[in-house]
Design a protein around this ligand. Structure first.
Ligand SMILES: Nc1ncnc2c1ncn2[C@@H]1O[C@H](COP(=O)(O)OP(=O)(O)OP(=O)(O)O)[C@@H](O)[C@H]1O
Ligand SMILES: [Mg+2]
Length: 378
């Protein structure tokens, strides 16, 4: 997994005003590892979310920006100073009730979010991400889509085009109720327009998985100590049948169910451990190891593609891992070129032990009801 000196994205300072349970905070970060410790509900995850919000222009958890405003407040502001390729620049994200969200990069307004997000790469590993394994196929498609969209612009374009056409085709199918047949010719036109983006998505997903799988498996082996065999299999309607003939064959079903029943929107990535699906059989620690490996493999590809080490946010990841896996994970983090890391844990003692084991330059903070104090971990 080693690369020749990738650049590193570093967040050196963060100022937040009225973000979730933080009225105000102004923090200087370490370029390597930053630890946050505190009891449940104190604001550890919120702080990582503020960093995500700054880099991606949206929350990792909340699609509704209004929920990010400190209760009773009508504006919020998150400001950060970044270092990248020896350049230092500020980014500010501002939100005010009734106004459009504003993002300033180096004091210049950002016009399009899609141009901005790729510039400040980061990978967030959060406890709820286990839904990626435990939930239905949508979560896994989203994971692959967000990874591939960051790596290949044509993939993102195909994804937007396909989803847009699918939405229109499904709307048309829904209009077919009440004994009115929807316009078959128009249904066919939508299918024909969907064919090309469907192929792009299918081919990228297939090719990417064959590159992703060995990296993922290596990471899983490193964390688990080689205890379990893990596998990811790409499942797609297009494995069996060409797009247009598949859609054509499903037309009757489409008309009854009023939605498109064939296509890459139904793709899934099957996650197996020892030839059994992880979802019903995996233990909590195994599921967590699986998830961490998926995310670290994602990190690997983003770093390789952009030649910059993304910021890594590790929220509560040591919980449910046995001491051996924690050690193996730490060894893995040390041996590979991760850039700046932000880690949270409720156990201050465990955090201190981790800091000692990693032996890296670090800052540590105690989080208490939306305020932070810098501490010495001992
Ligand atoms: N918009 C908001 N305004 C004020 N408080 C908020 C807002 N959104 C969330 N909170 C509060 O933030 C707290 C949760 O913070 P957070 O999730 O960061 O805790 P945590 O330290 O990560 O806890 P845990 O160890 O349980 O994961 C809750 O008390 C919640 O009520
Ligand atoms: Mg939390």
């Amino acid at each position: 997994m080693l690369l020749n000196k990738p650049l590193t994205l570093k967040l050196t300072q963060l100022k937040v005003t009225n973000f979730r349970n933080y009225p105000y905070a102004d923090i200087h970060f370490c370029p390597r590892i930053n630890y946050f410790t505190g009891a449940n509900g104190m604001g550890k995850t919120n702080l990582l979310d503020a960093i995500y919000f700054l880099c991606q222009g949206k929350s990792y958890f909340q699609s509704n920006d209004k929920q990010l405003l400190l209760h009773g407040q009508d504006f919020l502001r998150v400001e950060g100073w970044f270092e990248k390729d020896e350049k230092r620049f500020p980014v500010v994200v501002k939100l005010q009730t009734g106004k459009k969200k504003q993002i300033l990069r180096n004091n210049q307004p950002v016009q399009r979010l899609s141009d901005f997000v790729g510039e400040l790469p980061l990978v967030f590993i959060a406890p709820d991400d286990t839904l990626l394994i435990r939930e239905g196929s949508e979560a896994r498609r989203k994971f692959m889509d967000s990874t591939l969209s960051q790596l290949y612009r044509p993939y993102l374009d195909a994804l937007l085009a396909y989803n847009n056409l699918l939405k229109q085709r499904n709307q048309l199918l829904k209009m077919g109720g009440d004994n009115r047949a929807p316009d078959h010719a128009l249904l066919q036109i939508y299918a024909e327009q969907m064919e090309q983006p469907a192929k792009v998505l299918y081919q990228h997903r297939k090719a990417f998985l064959s590159a992703f799988l060995p990296v993922f498996q290596d990471i899983y082996q490193a964390i688990s100590g080689g205890h379990e065999r893990v596998q990811i299999t790409y499942q797609s309607d297009l494995n069996q049948e060409e797009f247009l003939s598949g859609v054509h064959k499903q037309l009757r079903k489409d008309l009854i169910l009023q939605r498109t029943c064939f296509g890459v929107h139904r793709d899934d990535f099957l996650l197996d451990m020892e030839d059994q699906p992880v979802k019903p059989y995996g233990s909590q620690g195994q599921v967590k190891s699986f998830l961490i490996s998926l995310k670290l493999a994602q990190y690997h590809f983003i770093r390789q593609h952009k030649n910059i080490a993304p910021v890594l946010l590790l929220d509560d990841i040591f919980d449910k891992l046995d001491p051996r896996r924690v050690d193996q994970l730490l060894a893995f983090i040390l041996e590979n070129q991760f850039g700046q890391i932000f880690v949270t844990d409720t156990h201050e003692e465990r955090m201190a032990q981790i800091a000692r084991q990693l032996g890296e330059v670090h800052h540590a903070f105690r989080v208490n009801e939306g305020s932070l104090t810098q501490i010495q971990l001992v």
